[in-house]
Design a binder for this molecule. Sequence first.
Ligand code: PMP
Length: 390
Amino acid sequence: MKDRKLLMIPGPVEFTPQVLRAMGMATTSHVAPNFVEVFGQALERLRQVFLCPSGQPFVVAGSGTLAMDIAAANLVEPGDRALVVNTGYFSDRFAAVLERYGAAVTQVRAPAVGDAPSLSEVEAALRAGGGYKLMTVTHVDTSTAVKVDVRGLAALGREHGALVVVDGVCSVAGEEMRQEEWGIDLALTASQKAVGVPPGLALVMAGPRAIEAFRGRSTPVASYYSDWASWLPIMEAYLARRPSYFGTPPVNLLWALNVSLGQILEEGMEACFDRHRRLSTALKAAIRALGMEQVPVRPELGATTLTAPYYPEGVDRAVLGQIKQAGVILAGGLHPVIKGRYFRIGHMGAVTESDVLATVGAIEKGLAQAGYQFPAGAGLIAAQATFTAG
Ligand code: PMP
């Protein structure tokens, strides 16, 4: 019997066999002609996945937090003012990273956990601030499954002269995000989420205004490793299919990245966004049918890549062990205020309808074992109804 469990957490996610094969192949030299081609191609494909044809991609060994560090280190100079649109744990982290590089940070906070600041609150903050160098937005806060209106926020940031920086770690290649069209100056993610590659790559896409702001700095970048002065020539070289060296690239991860980006683009960005929407709608319908509330306080705030249900009355995190026994690994709560009261289901990357049905089935089995009363199969019926309705 297979003892494999389905990994439905908010990253790392399930990876395709083709991606995993690339991870296991014989490692090439980082200056081998076939690797140079693959690195160059992956950088070009990133522009298509971020929907940012004139962006400058950066791929650096590290996690999503490094991508945040790269954004802050290169765009912030000591004393610069930054506005953080705060929707939870990872927005707090962005504020801390910005402060580390000397930014004076102002935060617009959500009125409650599971909520997001409104566009008018953000606009009022931008107006009252009288000039921010940059504004950060967490597209999907992975601690709450709250998604913000990045398009509306980016337009506001631009209108008020701020560079718009989007933490897309839990969104890029899953949630609809059109970097160039929406006026986002820098977007970032990490390999292990919707991009579909094992952990280890920080992915940053800088638009022309972000690069211009970097070039116009009057102080050196305070981080040696994150400095674009070192990485920009490397990325430009690989894009031009020339080998180059600053720090050894994680060769197998890059082969895997190129495979995964190829698969995403083969599906097509619109189809990929649609599939994520369909899966999310079905899963959320199942959660509702099982009588569970969700952390986002209004349906339109709910992420497409992630679902965060509260445990029902009489059930606690022990149910995650029972769900795991039933074959599916889910994640516990993360937001400190509600940590023990909810759990998280990631559904991004190469997920399918059958993964969602398997997940709902395992949740039902776990809940039943935990003694929770519900009409048997209610979640599965709701999810299937969504799928069969098209
Ligand atoms: N931002 C968001 C929205 C995230 O979800 C995460 C990871 N869960 C991070 C940043 C940090 O990424 P990493 O764990 O890869 O450092």
